[in-house]
Design a protein around this ligand. Structure first.
Ligand code: DAH
Length: 357
Protein backbone atom coordinates (compact mmCIF):
# COMPACT_ATOMS: atom_id res chain seq x y z
CA UNK A 1 0.00 0.00 0.00
CA UNK A 2 2.87 2.30 0.79
CA UNK A 3 4.36 1.54 -2.62
CA UNK A 4 1.06 2.43 -4.31
CA UNK A 5 0.84 5.58 -2.26
CA UNK A 6 4.33 6.73 -3.17
CA UNK A 7 3.98 5.77 -6.81
CA UNK A 8 0.75 7.68 -7.39
CA UNK A 9 1.48 10.74 -5.30
CA UNK A 10 4.80 11.03 -7.18
CA UNK A 11 3.19 10.62 -10.61
CA UNK A 12 0.45 13.10 -9.78
CA UNK A 13 3.01 15.67 -8.64
CA UNK A 14 4.84 15.35 -11.97
CA UNK A 15 1.78 15.36 -14.25
CA UNK A 16 2.04 18.22 -16.72
CA UNK A 17 -1.57 18.56 -17.91
CA UNK A 18 -5.14 17.56 -17.27
CA UNK A 19 -5.03 14.64 -19.71
CA UNK A 20 -2.14 13.06 -17.81
CA UNK A 21 -4.05 13.53 -14.54
CA UNK A 22 -7.11 11.84 -15.97
CA UNK A 23 -4.98 8.87 -17.15
CA UNK A 24 -3.54 8.56 -13.64
CA UNK A 25 -6.99 8.67 -12.09
CA UNK A 26 -8.13 5.78 -14.29
CA UNK A 27 -4.91 3.90 -13.63
CA UNK A 28 -5.22 4.25 -9.84
CA UNK A 29 -8.84 4.49 -8.81
CA UNK A 30 -10.76 3.76 -12.01
CA UNK A 31 -12.89 0.60 -12.15
CA UNK A 32 -9.86 -1.51 -13.03
CA UNK A 33 -7.34 0.75 -11.31
CA UNK A 34 -4.66 -0.59 -9.06
CA UNK A 35 -6.26 0.66 -5.82
CA UNK A 36 -9.69 -0.59 -6.88
CA UNK A 37 -8.27 -4.03 -7.64
CA UNK A 38 -6.57 -4.10 -4.25
CA UNK A 39 -9.95 -3.25 -2.65
CA UNK A 40 -11.46 -6.22 -4.41
CA UNK A 41 -8.88 -8.41 -2.68
CA UNK A 42 -10.42 -7.44 0.69
CA UNK A 43 -13.07 -10.15 0.23
CA UNK A 44 -10.42 -12.84 0.33
CA UNK A 45 -8.95 -11.64 3.62
CA UNK A 46 -9.69 -12.82 7.12
CA UNK A 47 -11.96 -10.50 9.12
CA UNK A 48 -9.01 -9.21 11.18
CA UNK A 49 -6.90 -8.46 8.13
CA UNK A 50 -9.85 -6.79 6.46
CA UNK A 51 -10.50 -4.61 9.48
CA UNK A 52 -6.99 -3.29 9.23
CA UNK A 53 -6.58 -3.08 5.43
CA UNK A 54 -10.07 -1.74 4.61
CA UNK A 55 -9.78 1.69 6.25
CA UNK A 56 -6.20 2.11 5.00
CA UNK A 57 -7.22 1.42 1.40
CA UNK A 58 -10.13 3.85 1.72
CA UNK A 59 -7.79 6.47 3.14
CA UNK A 60 -5.37 5.85 0.24
CA UNK A 61 -8.18 6.28 -2.27
CA UNK A 62 -9.21 9.57 -0.63
CA UNK A 63 -5.64 10.77 -0.53
CA UNK A 64 -5.16 10.08 -4.26
CA UNK A 65 -8.48 11.76 -5.08
CA UNK A 66 -7.56 14.93 -3.23
CA UNK A 67 -4.06 14.92 -4.71
CA UNK A 68 -5.68 14.75 -8.18
CA UNK A 69 -8.06 17.61 -7.35
CA UNK A 70 -5.33 19.76 -5.90
CA UNK A 71 -3.02 19.16 -8.85
CA UNK A 72 -5.84 19.91 -11.29
CA UNK A 73 -6.47 23.24 -9.61
CA UNK A 74 -2.74 24.05 -9.61
CA UNK A 75 -2.47 23.26 -13.33
CA UNK A 76 -5.50 25.51 -14.02
CA UNK A 77 -3.94 28.38 -12.10
CA UNK A 78 -0.68 27.97 -13.97
CA UNK A 79 -2.44 27.96 -17.31
CA UNK A 80 -4.30 31.13 -16.38
CA UNK A 81 -1.09 32.81 -15.27
CA UNK A 82 0.51 31.88 -18.54
CA UNK A 83 -2.39 33.30 -20.58
CA UNK A 84 -2.43 36.48 -18.54
CA UNK A 85 1.28 36.92 -19.17
CA UNK A 86 0.97 36.16 -22.88
CA UNK A 87 -2.15 38.24 -23.52
CA UNK A 88 -0.90 41.24 -21.63
CA UNK A 89 -2.01 44.51 -23.13
CA UNK A 90 -0.45 47.92 -22.60
CA UNK A 91 -3.48 50.20 -22.53
CA UNK A 92 -1.22 53.24 -22.54
CA UNK A 93 0.01 52.47 -26.08
CA UNK A 94 -1.27 54.82 -28.81
CA UNK A 95 -4.29 53.53 -30.76
CA UNK A 96 -4.21 52.03 -34.21
CA UNK A 97 -2.46 54.21 -36.79
CA UNK A 98 -4.73 56.65 -38.66
CA UNK A 99 -5.63 55.96 -42.26
CA UNK A 100 -2.87 57.46 -44.41
CA UNK A 101 -4.96 59.39 -46.89
CA UNK A 102 -7.08 62.46 -46.25
CA UNK A 103 -9.97 64.14 -48.00
CA UNK A 104 -8.79 67.29 -49.78
CA UNK A 105 -10.39 70.49 -48.42
CA UNK A 106 -11.92 71.17 -51.86
CA UNK A 107 -13.63 67.77 -51.86
CA UNK A 108 -14.72 68.37 -48.28
CA UNK A 109 -16.23 71.76 -49.14
CA UNK A 110 -18.00 70.31 -52.19
CA UNK A 111 -19.55 67.68 -49.91
CA UNK A 112 -20.58 70.39 -47.47
CA UNK A 113 -22.14 72.50 -50.25
CA UNK A 114 -23.98 69.50 -51.58
CA UNK A 115 -25.35 68.63 -48.14
CA UNK A 116 -26.52 72.20 -47.52
CA UNK A 117 -28.18 72.75 -50.88
CA UNK A 118 -29.65 69.25 -50.98
CA UNK A 119 -31.44 70.18 -47.77
CA UNK A 120 -33.07 73.08 -49.66
CA UNK A 121 -34.18 70.80 -52.50
CA UNK A 122 -31.28 71.37 -54.92
CA UNK A 123 -29.80 68.47 -56.83
CA UNK A 124 -26.34 68.32 -58.37
CA UNK A 125 -25.75 68.89 -62.09
CA UNK A 126 -22.56 68.46 -64.07
CA UNK A 127 -21.16 69.54 -67.40
CA UNK A 128 -17.99 68.99 -69.43
CA UNK A 129 -14.76 70.83 -68.67
CA UNK A 130 -13.94 71.13 -72.36
CA UNK A 131 -16.86 73.26 -73.45
CA UNK A 132 -18.07 74.70 -76.73
CA UNK A 133 -17.81 78.39 -77.25
CA UNK A 134 -21.61 78.47 -77.52
CA UNK A 135 -22.27 77.06 -74.04
CA UNK A 136 -19.45 78.92 -72.35
CA UNK A 137 -20.22 82.32 -73.90
CA UNK A 138 -22.96 82.92 -76.48
CA UNK A 139 -25.75 81.06 -74.74
CA UNK A 140 -24.94 83.05 -71.61
CA UNK A 141 -25.43 86.29 -73.51
CA UNK A 142 -21.71 86.91 -73.93
CA UNK A 143 -21.39 87.55 -77.69
CA UNK A 144 -18.10 87.46 -79.59
CA UNK A 145 -17.20 91.11 -79.14
CA UNK A 146 -18.14 91.20 -75.43
CA UNK A 147 -15.33 92.43 -73.14
CA UNK A 148 -16.09 89.58 -70.65
CA UNK A 149 -14.52 87.18 -73.16
CA UNK A 150 -11.23 89.02 -73.04
CA UNK A 151 -11.39 89.47 -69.25
CA UNK A 152 -11.70 85.77 -68.63
CA UNK A 153 -8.21 84.84 -69.95
CA UNK A 154 -9.66 81.85 -71.70
CA UNK A 155 -7.71 78.71 -72.63
CA UNK A 156 -8.58 77.69 -76.18
CA UNK A 157 -8.34 74.13 -77.46
CA UNK A 158 -6.30 73.48 -80.59
CA UNK A 159 -8.30 73.11 -83.79
CA UNK A 160 -7.73 70.66 -86.59
CA UNK A 161 -6.18 72.33 -89.62
CA UNK A 162 -8.82 73.79 -91.89
CA UNK A 163 -11.49 73.74 -89.15
CA UNK A 164 -12.84 77.25 -89.03
CA UNK A 165 -15.47 76.76 -86.39
CA UNK A 166 -14.89 78.62 -83.13
CA UNK A 167 -12.49 76.59 -80.97
CA UNK A 168 -13.68 74.76 -77.87
CA UNK A 169 -12.48 76.24 -74.60
CA UNK A 170 -11.66 75.00 -71.13
CA UNK A 171 -14.80 76.29 -69.45
CA UNK A 172 -14.04 79.60 -67.71
CA UNK A 173 -16.95 79.21 -65.28
CA UNK A 174 -19.63 76.74 -64.25
CA UNK A 175 -22.39 78.89 -65.77
CA UNK A 176 -22.60 76.82 -68.99
CA UNK A 177 -24.04 73.99 -66.87
CA UNK A 178 -27.11 76.24 -66.46
CA UNK A 179 -27.79 76.04 -70.20
CA UNK A 180 -27.11 72.31 -70.41
CA UNK A 181 -29.42 71.64 -67.49
CA UNK A 182 -32.25 73.79 -68.86
CA UNK A 183 -31.97 72.06 -72.24
CA UNK A 184 -32.03 68.60 -70.71
CA UNK A 185 -34.65 69.04 -67.99
CA UNK A 186 -36.57 72.27 -68.65
CA UNK A 187 -38.42 74.18 -65.94
CA UNK A 188 -39.00 74.22 -63.01
CA UNK A 189 -35.58 73.32 -61.67
CA UNK A 190 -33.30 73.68 -58.69
CA UNK A 191 -29.67 72.65 -59.12
CA UNK A 192 -26.15 73.38 -58.08
CA UNK A 193 -23.20 72.58 -60.31
CA UNK A 194 -19.85 72.35 -58.57
CA UNK A 195 -16.75 71.70 -60.63
CA UNK A 196 -13.44 72.71 -62.15
CA UNK A 197 -12.97 75.85 -64.20
CA UNK A 198 -9.93 77.29 -65.99
CA UNK A 199 -8.41 80.71 -66.60
CA UNK A 200 -4.87 81.75 -67.55
CA UNK A 201 -3.91 83.41 -64.30
CA UNK A 202 -1.43 82.64 -61.52
CA UNK A 203 -0.66 84.38 -58.22
CA UNK A 204 -1.42 83.99 -54.51
CA UNK A 205 -5.16 84.05 -55.11
CA UNK A 206 -5.36 82.71 -58.67
CA UNK A 207 -4.48 79.36 -60.20
CA UNK A 208 -5.11 78.32 -63.83
CA UNK A 209 -7.51 75.64 -62.61
CA UNK A 210 -9.88 76.38 -59.76
CA UNK A 211 -13.39 75.47 -58.63
CA UNK A 212 -16.77 77.13 -58.74
CA UNK A 213 -20.27 76.18 -57.77
CA UNK A 214 -23.15 77.42 -59.86
CA UNK A 215 -26.70 77.67 -58.56
CA UNK A 216 -29.87 77.81 -60.64
CA UNK A 217 -33.50 77.89 -59.55
CA UNK A 218 -36.31 78.40 -62.05
CA UNK A 219 -40.01 78.52 -61.35
CA UNK A 220 -43.10 80.54 -62.12
CA UNK A 221 -42.48 83.42 -59.78
CA UNK A 222 -39.08 83.21 -58.21
CA UNK A 223 -37.64 86.54 -57.08
CA UNK A 224 -34.53 88.15 -55.63
CA UNK A 225 -36.10 87.59 -52.20
CA UNK A 226 -35.88 83.82 -52.72
CA UNK A 227 -32.29 84.24 -53.81
CA UNK A 228 -31.47 86.21 -50.70
CA UNK A 229 -33.09 83.65 -48.39
CA UNK A 230 -31.32 80.73 -50.04
CA UNK A 231 -27.96 82.49 -49.83
CA UNK A 232 -28.49 83.45 -46.19
CA UNK A 233 -29.38 79.89 -45.30
CA UNK A 234 -26.34 78.70 -47.18
CA UNK A 235 -23.89 81.12 -45.54
CA UNK A 236 -25.20 80.34 -42.04
CA UNK A 237 -24.96 76.61 -42.57
CA UNK A 238 -21.62 76.74 -44.34
CA UNK A 239 -19.83 78.98 -41.85
CA UNK A 240 -21.66 77.23 -39.01
CA UNK A 241 -22.95 80.46 -37.44
CA UNK A 242 -26.42 81.30 -36.14
CA UNK A 243 -26.76 84.66 -37.78
CA UNK A 244 -25.25 86.45 -40.70
CA UNK A 245 -25.80 89.69 -42.58
CA UNK A 246 -25.68 89.76 -46.36
CA UNK A 247 -25.17 92.85 -48.50
CA UNK A 248 -26.33 92.89 -52.12
CA UNK A 249 -24.26 95.26 -54.25
CA UNK A 250 -25.58 96.16 -57.71
CA UNK A 251 -23.27 94.72 -60.32
CA UNK A 252 -23.24 93.55 -63.89
CA UNK A 253 -23.11 90.11 -65.44
CA UNK A 254 -24.26 89.47 -69.00
CA UNK A 255 -26.29 86.43 -67.94
CA UNK A 256 -28.33 88.05 -65.18
CA UNK A 257 -30.57 91.09 -64.97
CA UNK A 258 -30.57 92.59 -62.40
CA UNK A 259 -27.22 91.40 -61.10
CA UNK A 260 -25.77 91.61 -57.64
CA UNK A 261 -22.54 90.76 -55.95
CA UNK A 262 -23.05 89.46 -52.45
CA UNK A 263 -20.91 90.36 -49.45
CA UNK A 264 -21.15 88.97 -45.94
CA UNK A 265 -20.50 90.93 -42.75
CA UNK A 266 -17.33 89.80 -41.06
CA UNK A 267 -14.45 90.78 -38.84
CA UNK A 268 -10.75 90.12 -39.34
CA UNK A 269 -9.84 91.04 -35.78
CA UNK A 270 -6.63 89.38 -34.65
CA UNK A 271 -6.07 88.08 -38.17
CA UNK A 272 -8.82 85.47 -37.98
CA UNK A 273 -12.06 85.65 -39.86
CA UNK A 274 -15.33 85.81 -37.96
CA UNK A 275 -18.46 85.67 -40.02
CA UNK A 276 -21.60 87.52 -38.90
CA UNK A 277 -19.95 90.25 -36.80
CA UNK A 278 -17.58 93.20 -37.26
CA UNK A 279 -17.33 96.05 -39.78
CA UNK A 280 -15.76 94.39 -42.77
CA UNK A 281 -17.46 92.94 -45.80
CA UNK A 282 -16.35 89.86 -47.61
CA UNK A 283 -17.33 89.38 -51.22
CA UNK A 284 -18.31 85.78 -51.80
CA UNK A 285 -20.31 85.47 -54.97
CA UNK A 286 -22.04 86.87 -58.05
CA UNK A 287 -25.73 86.42 -58.63
CA UNK A 288 -28.89 87.76 -60.16
CA UNK A 289 -32.12 86.99 -61.96
CA UNK A 290 -31.49 84.82 -65.01
CA UNK A 291 -31.49 86.99 -68.16
CA UNK A 292 -34.44 86.25 -70.49
CA UNK A 293 -32.01 85.59 -73.33
CA UNK A 294 -30.30 82.94 -71.22
CA UNK A 295 -33.62 81.22 -70.47
CA UNK A 296 -34.36 81.32 -74.19
CA UNK A 297 -30.98 79.84 -75.04
CA UNK A 298 -31.81 76.99 -72.66
CA UNK A 299 -35.15 76.44 -74.40
CA UNK A 300 -37.27 77.92 -71.63
CA UNK A 301 -39.99 80.50 -72.29
CA UNK A 302 -39.06 83.68 -70.39
CA UNK A 303 -42.68 84.83 -70.46
CA UNK A 304 -43.69 81.85 -68.34
CA UNK A 305 -40.65 81.22 -66.19
CA UNK A 306 -38.08 83.17 -64.27
CA UNK A 307 -35.32 82.27 -61.90
CA UNK A 308 -32.20 83.20 -60.04
CA UNK A 309 -28.62 82.09 -60.49
CA UNK A 310 -25.40 82.49 -58.62
CA UNK A 311 -21.76 81.56 -58.98
CA UNK A 312 -19.25 81.22 -56.20
CA UNK A 313 -15.56 80.37 -55.93
CA UNK A 314 -15.19 77.14 -53.95
CA UNK A 315 -11.46 77.49 -53.31
CA UNK A 316 -11.99 80.92 -51.85
CA UNK A 317 -14.71 79.89 -49.41
CA UNK A 318 -12.61 76.86 -48.45
CA UNK A 319 -9.65 79.15 -47.69
CA UNK A 320 -11.89 81.42 -45.63
CA UNK A 321 -13.52 78.68 -43.60
CA UNK A 322 -10.42 76.62 -42.94
CA UNK A 323 -7.88 79.44 -42.61
CA UNK A 324 -5.79 78.44 -45.62
CA UNK A 325 -3.60 81.38 -46.66
CA UNK A 326 -2.33 80.47 -50.14
CA UNK A 327 -4.52 79.12 -52.92
CA UNK A 328 -1.59 77.61 -54.82
CA UNK A 329 -0.87 75.15 -51.98
CA UNK A 330 -4.22 73.47 -52.78
CA UNK A 331 -2.67 71.99 -55.88
CA UNK A 332 0.92 71.33 -54.81
CA UNK A 333 0.22 67.78 -53.52
CA UNK A 334 2.48 68.44 -50.55
CA UNK A 335 1.85 65.56 -48.14
CA UNK A 336 2.51 67.67 -45.05
CA UNK A 337 -0.07 70.20 -46.24
CA UNK A 338 -2.57 67.48 -47.09
CA UNK A 339 -2.17 65.89 -43.67
CA UNK A 340 -2.60 69.24 -41.96
CA UNK A 341 -5.59 70.55 -43.92
CA UNK A 342 -7.14 67.24 -45.04
CA UNK A 343 -10.22 65.59 -43.54
CA UNK A 344 -10.78 62.07 -42.32
CA UNK A 345 -12.25 59.88 -45.03
CA UNK A 346 -14.93 58.58 -42.69
CA UNK A 347 -16.28 61.96 -41.57
CA UNK A 348 -18.90 62.54 -44.21
CA UNK A 349 -20.39 66.03 -43.83
CA UNK A 350 -24.09 66.03 -43.01
CA UNK A 351 -26.33 68.74 -41.66
CA UNK A 352 -27.52 66.76 -38.66
CA UNK A 353 -24.08 65.54 -37.59
CA UNK A 354 -22.30 68.83 -38.27
CA UNK A 355 -20.52 69.75 -41.47
CA UNK A 356 -16.89 69.90 -40.43
CA UNK A 357 -17.03 68.15 -37.04
N1 DAH B 1 -19.95 83.04 -63.91
C1 DAH B 1 -19.52 84.15 -63.08
C2 DAH B 1 -18.01 84.19 -62.96
O1 DAH B 1 -17.37 83.23 -63.24
C3 DAH B 1 -20.11 84.04 -61.70
C4 DAH B 1 -21.59 84.24 -61.70
C5 DAH B 1 -22.13 85.48 -61.49
C6 DAH B 1 -22.44 83.19 -61.94
C7 DAH B 1 -23.48 85.71 -61.48
C8 DAH B 1 -23.81 83.38 -61.93
C9 DAH B 1 -24.32 84.65 -61.69
O2 DAH B 1 -24.67 82.40 -62.11
O3 DAH B 1 -25.66 84.84 -61.70
O4 DAH B 1 -17.49 85.19 -62.54
Amino acid sequence: MDDLRQKYLGLIAEASDEAALEALRVQAIGKKGEVSLAMRELGKMSPEERKEAGPRLNALKDEITSALTAKKAALGDAALEERLAAEWLDVTLPGRPRAQGTIHPISQVMEELTAIFADMGFSVAEGPQVESDWYNFDALNIPGHHPARAEMDTFYMARAEGDNRPPHVLRTHTSPVQIRHMEAYGAPCRVIAPGRVYRADYDQTHTPMFHQVEGLAIDRDISMANLKWVLEEFVKAYFEVDDVELRFRASHFPFTEPSAEVDIRCSWEGGTLKVGEGDDWLEILGSGMVHPKVLQAGGIDPDKWQGFAFGMGIDRIAMLKYGIPDLRAFFDSDLRWLRHYGFSALDVPTLHRGLSA
